[in-house]
Ligand binder design. Structure first.
Ligand SMILES: Cc1cc2nc3c(=O)[nH]c(=O)nc-3n(C[C@H](O)[C@H](O)[C@H](O)COP(=O)(O)OP(=O)(O)OC[C@H]3O[C@@H](n4cnc5c(N)ncnc54)[C@H](O)[C@@H]3O)c2cc1C
Length: 395
């Protein structure tokens, strides 16, 4: 089943190169991902062959500069690629997300040596990146983190624990937010970011967290106990800039999440509109009952709006202009649409929608994560409102 819109309609920034990669990914998702996604997801298996294909297509470094081996494409194209991938299996978008976030942050804020050392591997997918802010006592209130980093000669000693680390089990590089000055006021001035490498003494993976959905990428809890990290791994080489550095990457993550939400909603709709024409009740296909037609119309309209809002936000990010409002709106709207459409698709399918014979239950289990991750939708509303009040300030 093809997604409703043509590729050309949804991206323009990279010309033929953008259109080509989206078409290739769409075909690959239909041929390679969709046939095996349910089985792998139910088994909780990491998709090794799919991961290899994504590396070969250059998707991990899709937005990285060509100087570091990336494809140098726009966030607009990235958004369309992630939508296609999530249409097949949302979890795959999470495997890509942390590499793209880390790569962007390192390109923007890293030292030259850090760029040379980490970007080629993160872009090729040879290295798995992780992006870790959250702790047991700090989620929405990110500045409440308690992990400390204390200078010790040429190193820092990191102590604390990090929760909900996507790809945490198989990470190679963990971009971690810490406090180098826990007493700083305002709190963000005491925050610094480190590139913690797998194998660092004192760094360990405490456990893998079992989840409702979002399988594929494992979610882990990490311990840092006098973890000895070289000062050369302090992002950008200076203390006190970690909060801005890390938060700047959240916009990239929100574009990813809005795009995957659109893809999941599209997949749920694609199934619903086919099933509605096949299933008969009262002597005619349910698609001829007005109650079902209303659902299909609502779903398709909202998915189209989510796609346009998301692509628009990605273009704003590409322009280099401030984009927190645009990205926040896209993330909020698209993820609520995914929640609504996965449930509506289940209703259209009746009983069979609730079984594991169809992927509707997977879409339904995957949708809520997107309303929580990369800043909950309550927090998105606050981000949007704060920016609106700045823009519309009455003096
Ligand atoms: C599967 C999964 C993967 C994740 N991956 C990562 C990752 O890779 N890296 C990472 O750093 N984090 C990750 N997270 C963490 C995620 O970003 C947080 O769960 C999220 O930011 C919310 O934080 P919290 O869970 O502590 O909820 P809390 O902050 O405790 O919030 C609880 C509730 O209160 C609401 N709330 C909180 N503050 C306010 C406020 N000021 N106003 C109104 N409402 C408020 C929230 O919206 C929510 O409804 C992941 C989470 C999950 C579930």
């Amino acid at each position: 089943m093809a997604a409703a819109s043509d590729v050309r309609e949804i991206i323009s920034g990279d010309g033929e190169a953008g259109v080509e990669i989206v078409r290739n990914v769409r075909r690959w998702v239909d041929e390679q991902v969709i046939p095996q996604a349910d089985a792998l997801e139910h088994a909780g298996e990491f998709p090794t062959a799919i991961h290899r294909d994504m590396c070969e297509m250059g998707i991990f470094g899709i937005t990285f500069s060509e100087a570091y081996g990336g494809l140098g494409l726009s966030f607009e194209t990235y958004s369309a690629v992630i939508e296609e991938i999530a249409r097949g299996w949302m979890g795959l978008a999470g495997i890509i997300n942390t590499n793209v976030i880390d790569g962007w942050i390192i390109e923007q804020h890293g030292t030259d040596e850090q760029k040379q050392r980490f970007l080629p591997g993160l872009g090729s997918g040879e290295l798995q990146g992780c992006f870790t802010i959250t702790e047991p006592n700090a989620g929405s209130d990110a500045q409440a983190i308690r992990t400390t980093a204390t200078r010790d000669g040429d190193d820092y000693l990191l102590n604390g624990n990090k929760l909900f680390v996507t790809n945490g089990d198989r990470g190679d590089v963990y971009l971690a937010m810490t406090k180098t000055d826990p007493g700083a006021n305002p709190r963000h001035r005491g925050i610094s970011a480190f590139l913690v490498e797998r194998g660092t003494p004192g760094f360990s993976i405490a456990r893998t967290i079992d989840k409702l959905g979002y399988k594929g990428p494992e979610t882990a809890e990490l311990f840092l106990e006098d973890a000895r990290v070289p000062a050369a791994n302090l992002l950008g080489g200076g203390e006190g800039r970690g909060f801005q550095q890390m938060i700047s990457g959240l916009e990239i993550g929100r574009i990813n999440v809005a795009s995957r939400a659109t893809g999941v909603a599209q997949a749920a709709f694609d199934h619903a509109i086919v099933y509605a024409q096949q299933r008969e009740t009262m002597g005619r296909p349910i698609a001829e009952h007005q109650a079902i037609q209303l659902k299909l119309a609502e779903m398709a309209t909202k998915i189209r709006a989510a796609r346009l809002l998301t692509r628009d936000a990605a273009r704003k990010k590409d322009s280099g202009e401030r984009s927190d409002l645009d990205v926040g709106m896209a993330k909020l709207f698209a993820t609520e649409v995914a929640l609504e459409c996965t449930l509506e698709s289940m209703r259209v399918h009746g009983g069979v929608g609730y079984t594991k014979e169809l992927p509707i239950e997977r879409y339904y289990r995957d949708a809520p994560l997107m309303a929580v991750a990369e800043g909950t939708n309550e927090i998105q509303r606050l981000v949007i409102a704060r920016r609106l009040l700045e823009l519309y300030r009455v003096d």
